[in-house]
Design a protein. Structure first.
Length: 231
């Protein structure tokens, strides 16, 4: 499963990219607004930091201007993925951009039928929003499972399921259980994945016992260590 982070915050991106666990980044107009920066500049910088796919979203509502904006965004760097909304114009733009060799992420997907349309339009990624469905009392993860199942019925479809609007580690685990290809995580949720109270407790116990030995791995070994250092 690929891990993307859902942010336009360069400090977060740099920090988390250093873990070696990041496969890509997703942004949207709200995240760009939150960064307070020029969109093209931010996308260019993100593409320099993360070699994987970086989604940049068009803001036009009509086909013609979506394609123009998509082409401009795609020219920023080789790893830009153009994000378009799941509307009729968005899917027309998806087909055109995809025919030109540009990767496209179709966003704001809330039904399996929409996901099937996006795959037929040549989307590289479909982004169903789990958290926002949960918010209105509809089980978001059921949609992920349905889309994964439907795509599996048609092996010619190459679209990957990119689970968006993830709010907790549980969303990620459930998405992995049903076989989603990608999860895009808010930085805070990605950080949460590393922690477990039993890991902290176990480590504290090990360190307390180790302290009692008075040893240091770099100084241990006596004669062996001396011969290692002289070759
Ligand atoms: O990038 C879109 C998506 O991940 C938004 O998440 O939490 O605003 O529903 P959220």
């Amino acid at each position: 499963m690929k891990f993307f982070i859902d942010t336009a915050d360069l400090d977060e991106i740099r920090d988390l990219a250093a873990t070696g666990l990041l496969d890509g980044v997703t942004t949207n107009p709200s995240l760009i607004a939150k960064s307070g920066r020029d969109m093209l500049e931010v996308i260019r910088e993100i593409c320099d930091v993360v070699p994987g796919d970086v989604s940049a979203e068009v803001t036009a509502m009509d086909y013609h201007n979506m394609v123009r904006e998509g082409q401009r965004l795609a020219n920023i760097a080789d790893n830009v993925v153009v994000k378009v909304p799941l509307t009729m114009d968005g899917l027309k733009a998806c087909r055109t951009l995809s025919n030109e060799g540009t990767k496209v992420n179709v966003t704001l997907c809330f039904s399996a039928a929409q996901a099937l349309l996006a795959a037929k339009a040549g989307a590289t990624y479909i982004s169903p929003f789990v958290g926002r469905l949960d918010d209105i009392g509809t089980p978001g993860m059921q949609l992920i499972e349905d889309i994964v199942d439907i795509y599996l019925n048609y092996p010619d479809l190459e679209t990957e399921v990119l689970v968006a609007s993830i709010r907790s580690p549980m969303h990620l685990v459930d998405a992995a259980k049903v076989g989603a290809h990608v999860a895009t995580l808010p930085p805070s949720v990605l950080r949460q994945l590393f922690s477990h109270p039993l890991t902290d407790k176990g480590l504290a116990d090990f360190m307390a016992d180790w302290e009692k030995t008075g040893q240091s791995i770099m100084d241990a070994g006596g004669q062996d260590a001396a011969s290692e250092s002289t070759g």
